[in-house]
Design a binder for this molecule. Structure first.
Ligand SMILES: [Zn+2]
Length: 374
């Protein structure tokens, strides 16, 4: 039997819908809300009145006249809630401060090599406080800290199950969060990148985020949510075999995609600087061209396999996705050749956020938790 919906639930859903609509559209009127959300004008007016009283929405004068009485202009109070995103990687930490509408208010990336142990987390917490000091925000408005971590995040058992790259195993969330003065939530790095991408991704219901950084990972984003899988390993395509008995992967197996498509495969020949590799490629430097040809060959196999499985866009993210620019077409050309169904519409895309994607995604998850409870 279908669940009976109570009046309370309808009211809550409407309130939530109205707040999201205002956040997304900037300045709107009650008639706009009523028309677009298909609720009566008195209901829209009552809800916005409540949201104003709660300090979540504010009046900003009147809308431009479209004939008749001018309607009140309504906007979200953007700093009604703030969130911090923290991206922990092997050698760096990135901080992002965002508000309730997902704007980046401040961003910083610092060199801080990961060292397992309490001193490291204390240091990160101190750096975070310094970052917040500089931003000059009211600390009471910080809803929480979203932490992006390069590893398997077990949300059921509340622990970082495994991070090969950082040499961490079975690390309880609590042993990290105790160093911070705000509620902490954890997200895998590829998931966090996908979440940032998906926050503004409306047209498509589903996409795959292929993270091409120091390691290769991925995430499936569907209907505004991340698909986690039975063991929180959904999208771990870095360990898909692309070459039988191929090169050794850091995981210990042979022929994984990671061994062919980690960003280091390109950056290695440019002094470790990926931007420099793309400069060489732009200049047509022979070795760089050869390396890119080989790299995109394996990447095209992966993209084609993912697309065959999920039939959706494949967004290239991570360091390579951020630097790829017009070279995206080289990938698409090879993918198109492999595509059995001859699809003409390029479904390989470059990521929207070129910096701070993982930190932003982790922060946006905190914002989403807050908004979903309005
Ligand atoms: Zn592997």
């Amino acid at each position: 039997m279908e669940k009976k919906i109570t009046n309370m639930e309808v009211k809550r859903k409407n309130r939530n819908g109205v707040f999201r609509y205002i956040c997304k559209n900037g300045t709107v009127s009650n008639p706009d809300i009523s028309y677009h959300l298909k609720i009566s004008l008195p209901t829209a007016t009552q809800i916005t009145k409540e949201l104003i009283a709660e300090g979540l929405v504010e009046e900003r004068g009147e809308m431009q006249s479209t004939g008749g009485r001018r309607a009140k202009a309504l906007s979200a109070v953007t700093d009604a809630g703030l969130a911090v995103g923290l991206d922990i990687t092997k050698n760096h930490i990135a901080f992002v401060l965002t508000n309730v509408v997902g704007e980046i208010l401040k961003y910083e990336r610092i060199y801080q090599p990961f060292v397992a142990g309490e001193a490291y987390y204390q240091e990160v917490s101190d750096k975070l406080e310094a970052f917040l000091d500089e931003s000059g925000i009211d600390r009471d408005k910080v809803l929480g800290v979203g932490i992006s971590f390069p590893g398997i995040i077990d949300l059921d058992r509340e622990r970082i199950a495994d991070s090969h790259i950082l040499g961490v195993k079975e690390l309880p969330f609590a042993s990290v969060s105790k160093f911070f003065s705000y509620p902490c939530s954890f997200l895998n790095d590829a998931n966090a990148g996908a979440y940032a991408e998906g926050y503004h991704y409306e047209e498509a219901e589903r996409f795959f985020y292929l993270s091409l950084s120091n390691t290769v990972g991925g995430a499936v984003f569907s209907k505004k949510e991340l698909i986690q899988g039975k063991n929180f390993r959904c999208g771990e395509v870095g360990h898909m075999t692309v070459v039988i008995d191929g090169e050794r992967c850091y995981c210990g197996k042979d022929g994984c995609l990671d061994a062919y498509c980690a960003a280091g495969r390109l950056a290695d020949m440019a002094g470790g600087k990926l931007e420099h590799f793309f400069e060489l490629l732009d200049q047509g430097e022979a070795e760089a061209v050869k390396r890119w040809d080989s790299y995109t060959g394996y990447l095209a196999i992966a993209v084609n396999n993912i697309h065959m499985l999920l039939d959706c866009d494949v967004v290239l993210g991570g360091y390579v996705g951020s630097c790829i620019g017009t070279h995206l077409w080289d990938v698409w050309e090879k993918v198109a050749k492999r595509d059995t169904f001859g699809e003409k519409d390029p479904y390989v895309k470059a990521c929207h956020y070129k910096v701070a994607a993982a930190a932003l995604g982790a922060a946006l998850k905190v914002i989403e938790t807050f908004v979903s409870q309005i």
